[in-house]
Write a protein that binds this ligand. Structure first.
Ligand code: BES
Ligand code: ZN
Length: 422
């Protein structure tokens, strides 16, 4: 499934095409330039039904449990809808669906998955014991080894590439270089591990996976990931896409968690996998294929952590967001317990409003996901997707370190537990 982002992505490209067309008309006087037909044709999307009606489009179907509606929107309606969604303080406001021969099948499938996850979340009642874990000394000592300087050096490494855009011919250059860096860090561990590049059909860019087999319950998987690609969505200027915060920061936090996890030398009882996904910025491409593949192989993924944007403390030091849509109520409650036992960050619940990152790929396949992020949506880093998303005075690697700690605590705790979503 492909997705769109608020006023960016497909809409962004459409505006660019229209502007280019207008400029050409202005220059060449009477030459009528027609934008490509596909940009004018209404596109299938999922969105809030009120917003669909507010932009003058027709709701074609509504999923009764979540209230998510299906419609076909013109580029103009998509823009209006994103604008309205923004005013309400949410993200894009819609999610683009692929144009296929039988859209009904896609809609039925997506609606079914969303409804069953929502019903599962509603049934969930937090257990008080989940809020009061006893601190494990091995985890406490691991957390102390997380280094903000290591995170900084990985962010520097990734953001030095001109771009990590998945659509570039050399899209795998940063991927291969980062894989070598991961292998270098793992080379001194006594744990068994395997590092793989995962090829995709929806993008030429590859995802990276580190697999650490479980000693006792290897079929149970704890998945920790973030997207390693970047994008530049500015209208004019160069194509430089440093993506320091979005999402070299999350990628770096995962690698720092992996360093400490591998160094403490304790093989987890469950399998723990680290992912650096390809092509998130073009519609969750890498993670969508991986989650679909895991589902088709009936893999038992007990929990998924997504780290996307970690180094901008927009709500203040020690204050982080936890996205409450496209995530599991059980994982969020587990996270609250883990936080009060080990981290003491202030968690502010927030919503993206649609599947804004790779956690949504797993959620849609029925796996329990968690998405903590640097700040609530309104206070997030506004430099994302621009040439200005670099390390600067607003960057805090101490803030980012909180997210490495979250990843490490989940790997060491959930990776050695029998707990699972009820
Ligand atoms: N990092 C963003 C998502 C995000 C934005 C998380 C704000 C937390 C706060 C991600 O890389 C992104 O840009 N996602 C797109 C959607 C995607 C399906 C193309 C978006 O947010 O529009
Ligand atoms: Zn992004």
């Amino acid at each position: 499934m492909t997705q769109g982002r608020r006023s960016h992505q497909g809409i962004h490209a459409s505006i660019k095409a229209l502007v280019a067309g207008m400029l050409m008309i202005a220059g060449a006087r009477a030459v009528a330039i027609e934008a490509p037909r596909t940009e004018i044709n209404p596109k299938p999307v999922l969105a809030d039904s009120e917003l669909i009606e507010a932009v003058g489009a027709q709701v074609l179907a509504t999923e009764p449990v979540t209230g998510v509606a299906y419609a076909r929107l013109t580029t103009d309606q998509q823009l209006k809808l994103s604008h309205l969604a923004h005013e309400r303080g949410s993200c894009a406001g819609f999610e683009a669906l692929p144009e296929v021969s039988d859209n009904n099948l896609v809609i039925t499938d997506v609606f079914g998955q969303l409804a069953s996850q929502e019903l599962r979340n509603r049934r969930f009642r937090p257990m008080t014991s989940a809020q009061n874990l006893t601190a494990n000394p091995a985890i406490v000592s691991g957390l102390q080894q997380i280094s903000a300087d290591q995170i900084r050096s990985h962010v520097e490494f990734l953001s030095r590439f001109e771009s990590r855009d998945n659509r570039l011919p050399n899209a795998n250059e940063p991927i291969e270089a980062f894989k070598a860096r991961i292998e270098q860090i793992l080379s001194s561990t006594s744990l068994p591990y395997q590092v793989d590049l995962i090829s995709h059909s929806s993008t030429g860019q590859k995802s990276i996976r580190v697999h650490i087999p479980g000693s006792q319950r290897p079929n149970e998987i704890v998945a920790l990931g973030g997207h390693v690609d970047s994008i530049n969505q500015e209208w004019f200027g160069d194509r430089h896409a440093p993506g320091a915060d979005d999402n070299a920061s999350g990628s770096a936090c995962l690698l720092e968690a992996l360093r400490v996890f591998a160094a403490q030398g304790q093989q987890p009882q469950r399998t723990v996998e680290f992912f650096w996904y390809a092509g998130e910025e073009s519609g969750l491409l890498g993670s969508a294929e991986i989650a679909r593949e895991y589902r088709s192989q009936n893999k038992d993924v007990v929990g998924v952590l997504q780290l996307d944007m970690t180094s901008f403390p927009g709500a203040g030091a020690g204050k982080i967001a936890s996205m409450s849509d496209f995530t599991s109520a059980w994982m969020r409650s587990y996270f609250v317990g883990l936080n009060s036992t080990y981290l003491n960050a202030q968690i502010l619940d927030d919503r993206c409003g649609y599947g804004c990152s790779d956690h949504a790929s797993w959620h849609k396949q029925g796996y329990p996901a968690l998405m903590p992020s640097e700040a609530p949506f309104r206070q997030m880093n506004k430099k994302l997707h621009t040439t200005r998303d670099v390390i600067d005075q607003d960057t805090s690697f101490e803030h980012a370190a909180i997210f490495s700690k979250i990843a490490l605590a989940i790997a060491m705790d959930l990776g050695n537990s029998t707990a699972r979503q009820p």
